[in-house]
Design a protein around this ligand. Structure first.
Ligand code: IPE
Ligand code: IPE
Ligand code: MG
Length: 248
């Protein structure tokens, strides 16, 4: 299998890790077993991204809508989240991964909020992979909180409406400072965005695979990276403009 050129690697990959429940159902296991296997898949993919030297990885772990799942499933996901914070962070720190959580934190238990804060503080100076974990996250929630923040800046007289531009709005969002994702991956066969990074995915290459998240591994990631290298990213221009830049 051809390794993509280093320069054609995505700088930022965003993943909707979907299909844990179906993976478990096919094995006649409880959904929780699927989520546990999903955590192992996340660990493998993070390691692969570290090895590839990818700059940023954003994983959708729990959406704002997922709070509506049956309470026992939400409870088991929260338990898994707590275990992961206790058992994974040291190894990530050793690999120089910088961890950040994006999403509405207030809905999580105090212990989880403290665990997220501790992981971020521990790894804040790391210069390796930027790992963003979207938990309690929704793209509309994020845009709404940015709108509120900017509106209060205007009200306080610190910002005039006509000064508001794309960089200022992007800066009020959770992934301020990271380039927008170059590659989006959704496992599990559905072809939808499900309220993930609505602003940041504006020009992202979208890759959908039927592979269920617990089965996603380094080979599956390599396939997505190979697919990505075949894309011509035109950003509104014509293919001729891209082939001979002097043609612009
Ligand atoms: C994704 O897997 C994990 C979370 C949303 C927390 P699902 O639990 O959605 O798995 P399916 O879609 O039911 O197979
Ligand atoms: C999206 O998965 C959110 C996460 C993977 C965390 P869902 O399985 O909840 O998405 P929908 O609701 O089926 O679109
Ligand atoms: Mg799902």
């Amino acid at each position: 299998m051809r390794e993509p050129e280093a320069s054609s690697l995505p700088r930022h990959i965003a993943i909707i890790m979907d299909g844990n429940g179906r993976w478990a159902r096919r094995r006649l296991l409880p959904r929780q077993a699927g989520h546990r296997a999903g955590l192992s898949a996340a660990r493998r993919v993070i390691e692969s991204c570290v090895q590839h030297g990818i700059g940023a990885l954003t994983l959708f772990a729990f959406s704002s809508e997922n709070w509506q799942r049956p309470p026992p499933e939400v409870g088991s996901l929260m338990g898994l989240f707590m275990n992961a914070l206790e058992s994974e962070v040291a190894e990530l720190h050793k690999n120089r991964v910088r961890i950040r959580f994006i999403g509405a934190r207030a809905q999580f238990s105090t212990a989880l909020q403290q665990g997220m804060h501790k992981a971020e503080q521990l790894t804040v100076d790391n210069t390796g992979l930027r790992l963003n974990v979207a938990a309690g996250y929704g793209g509309r929630w994020e845009l709404l909180q940015a709108a509120r923040q900017l509106a209060s800046e205007v009200l306080a007289g610190r910002l005039r409406p006509e000064e508001l531009d794309e960089p200022l709005l992007a800066n009020a969002l959770s992934l301020a400072g990271s380039p927008d994702p170059d590659l989006f991956i959704r496992t599990g066969g559905e072809q939808r965005i499900s309220n993930f990074l609505l602003w940041q995915l504006a020009y992202t290459e979208l890759y959908f695979t039927d592979t269920l998240w617990p089965d996603f591994d380094a080979v599956a990631l390599q396939q997505a990276l190979n697919w990505y290298t075949q894309r011509q990213r035109r950003f509104g221009r014509t293919p001729e403009q891209l082939e001979s830049p002097g043609h612009a």
